[in-house]
Every structure is written in C-alpha cells, then in structure tokens.
Design a protein around this ligand. Structure first.
Ligand code: CP3
Length: 339
C-alpha cells in the first residue's frame, strides 16, 4: 500500500509519510520557469498540461509520499460566477460581495464545466505518478472562501466577513450552505478523477470566537465529511482548521474527519493526547524554521518525530512552504524524516 494511505488504513508506521502544503510553488526554479509561460495564475491552474507539470515537479525532485493537485481554493468562487483574478505581488482580487443583495447574484451551484480542466489535470497526474505516491485533492473550507468572497481580497483579520456574518446572519448562513454543497461536489469530482484523499483548507478558522467557529467552521466541515463519506467511504478526508481555538477532541468527534491538520502554534503533544488513536495528525513544523535551517531545523524535526512516534502522523508544515525556502533545507529535513 502507498505509505501515505497506510497512515490511515495500515499498521502504525516506523517513519511518517511526508508531503508539504504548497509543495509546488515559487521556491522551485522549475516552477518559476513554467509559471512565466502562463498569462495569469488562473489560466495556469486551468491549463491541464501546466497543472500536471507543476504537481509533478516536487515529486520528481524530492519523492514526497503524496502529490497535491496544483490548483487554488478560489476556483470555487470562480465557478459560482464571482470574478476572480490574481494581481502579481499582491494576491487574489475578487469582485467583493459587500451586501446580501450582491451575494444573491451568485449561482447556488458550481459550474462543473468550468472546473473540468482541474479534473483533467488530476487524471493526467494520476497516470504519471510513481506507484508509491498518493494523490491529494482539496478545496477551501466555506468560512475561508467566504472571507475572500466578501472582502474581495485577503485581509489581516478577516473583519469584513466577520462583520457581515454578525449583521446578515441569514444571508451569511445561505452562503455557507451554498459553499458546503460546492465543496462536496468539487471534492467528489476530484475523487472520481483520481484523488485518493482530500483536504479541506480552513486557513482563517483561527480568527473566530467559539460559537462562530462551531457554526461556520466545525459544522460545515462535518457536513462536507459526511457528504464525501456518503459517496466515497474509503477516501480519507483531512480537515485543516488552521489555528482553531482548541477543542481538538470535540472537533474530531463532531466532524469525523480522518485526519486533523495542525498549524504551527498548536501544542502537538496536547493535540495528540486529545485525539483518538485512529485519528491521523498532520503538520505542525514551522515554515520559518525550514527557511532558517541549521540546528533549529534539526531540533524542530526531531521534536515532531519524537512526539508522534508510535502514532498515526503525516509529516508536514503548519502552513504553506514560503517562497524563499532554500531547497537544501527541504532535502535536509527529508533526510532526517526518512532516517
Ligand atoms: O499545495 C500545493 O502545492 C497545491 C496548490 C495550492 C495553491 N494554493 C497554489 C498557489 C494550494 C493547496 C493552495 C491553497 C490556497 N490558496 C489557500 C489555502 C492554504 C493557505 O496557504 O492558507 C489559500 C488561502 C489560497 C488563496 C491564495 N492563492 C492566495 C492568498 C494566493 C496569493 C498569495 C501568494 O502566496 O502569492 C494564492 C496564489 C497561489 N496559489 C500561488 C500558488 C503556488 C502563488 C501564485 C503564483 O505562483 O504566482
């Protein structure tokens, strides 16, 4: 069995499997080269040959145990009819939905025709991957997608979406419901196209108070897991509620996710102790220590290996790899993890 999938279904491994969030990206010279050939970032995501190549680059170079399809979380708003573009050096820009009226102009269902290039890329990657490498599909979680859809861009504290959710509860609830269905549809289509596990990125889960976290992150994650499980009971679902306000046990019991992604600020030992033995943990290594390298990196890797020994763990970062990460540091980390 593929080592990544064995973390979920097999006996507990001697060494954890490893992949990195955002493993295809600007820290790789070969990525920067093909990125320059696309007109825009979304064009890049929607050109299967380029998406296949970007997905395979980190596998060829490092032999990670899993590939994650090269795409973006913002293809869902795009497929709901909201304008999405990426401004060089600044990040995503959407046609901001500042009022309930504006939101009501979006589709209730994603346009699957628009997302066909993503599924075609998954089929291409699956056919080209080495037999021991697993393929991961993903989506942005409803709350994180809503923060971009309402503000029209990334914001430091997600204040526009938090404010909107307090003022317009019904409209915001409808948006979350639409996004839950969109996530289920998109994840299931990715599995049909060859994804062997899926991850739900809730990058901005950490800004919400407890009640809002339960309503807008935990409950939607539970519904997405149930929706995917209903059609594909054997496919692992990884939830990544980044910087969530504690309560790992409750989150895990409620959502029934097969794995929980742990961000950098999370206390690994406490999270592991709170979770059932059958639940997989993933992540936690600080992306900045991977940039720094040296002894600090060795210590941080050893700490995670020691803390998770004898448990189901997938080695990963606590958030995406940073563009200025030296390739030699990734190699050094891999050597330590693989032993
Ligand atoms: O992990 C992978 O290798 C797969 C591809 C992937 C990308 N984005 C490619 C990408 C994945 C899984 C994502 C997820 C994503 N996208 C998230 C959730 C994870 C996280 O990091 O919190 C979010 C919030 C986004 C939205 C997004 N996309 C932003 C805010 C940006 C701009 C910021 C930046 O790093 O420039 C992007 C662009 C983006 N998505 C890039 C890549 C490789 C860089 C753009 C480029 O190459 O020009």
């Amino acid at each position: 069995m593929k080592p990544f999938l064995e973390a979920f279904r097999g006996p507990v491994a001697q060494r954890p499997p490893i992949w990195l969030m955002r493993q295809a990206g600007r820290y790789l010279p070969e990525y920067r080269e093909i990125r320059a050939s696309a007109r825009s970032f979304l064009d890049f995501c929607y050109t299967p040959e380029l998406a296949v190549e970007a997905t395979l680059q980190p596998i060829r170079r490092f032999g990670f145990d899993a590939a994650i399809i090269f795409s973006d979380i913002l293809v869902i708003p795009d497929a709901l009819g909201q304008q999405v573009r990426f401004v060089e050096g600044e990040g995503p820009r959407l046609d901001a939905c500042e009022t309930p009226e504006h939101l009501s102009r979006l589709s209730r269902r994603i346009d699957l025709a628009k997302l066909q290039p993503v599924y075609e890329a998954l089929r291409g990657v699956r056919a080209a991957l080495p037999p021991e490498t697993a393929l991961i599909g993903f989506c942005g979680a409803p709350w994180t997608l809503a923060t971009y859809m309402i503000a029209g861009k990334g914001t430091p504290d997600q204040a526009p979406a938090r404010d909107f959710a307090y003022r317009h509860r019904a409209a915001f609830g409808n948006l979350i419901d639409t996004l839950v269905e969109a996530c289920i549809t998109h994840l299931c289509a990715q599995i049909e196209a060859g994804a062997e596990a899926v991850q739900i990125f809730d990058s901005w889960a950490g800004v919400l108070p407890e009640g809002e976290f339960r309503r807008y992150c935990e409950e939607p994650a539970a519904r997405i897991v149930a929706g995917v499980n209903a059609r594909f009971p054997a496919v692992p679902v990884i939830a990544f509620p980044r910087a969530m306000p504690g309560g790992f046990s409750a989150f895990s019991l409620h959502t029934k996710a097969d794995a929980i992604g742990l961000d950098t600020s999370c206390r690994l030992e406490a999270a592991r102790a709170a979770l059932d033995d059958g639940i997989v943990t993933q992540g936690n290594l600080d992306p900045l220590v991977l940039v720094a390298g040296g002894e600090a990196l060795d210590e941080a890797v050893d700490h995670i290996l020691a803390t998770t020994r004898g448990t189901r763990h997938v080695f990963n970062l606590g958030h995406g790899i940073l563009p200025h990460t030296p390739i030699a540091h990734v190699e050094r980390m891999l050597k330590k993890v693989r032993g």
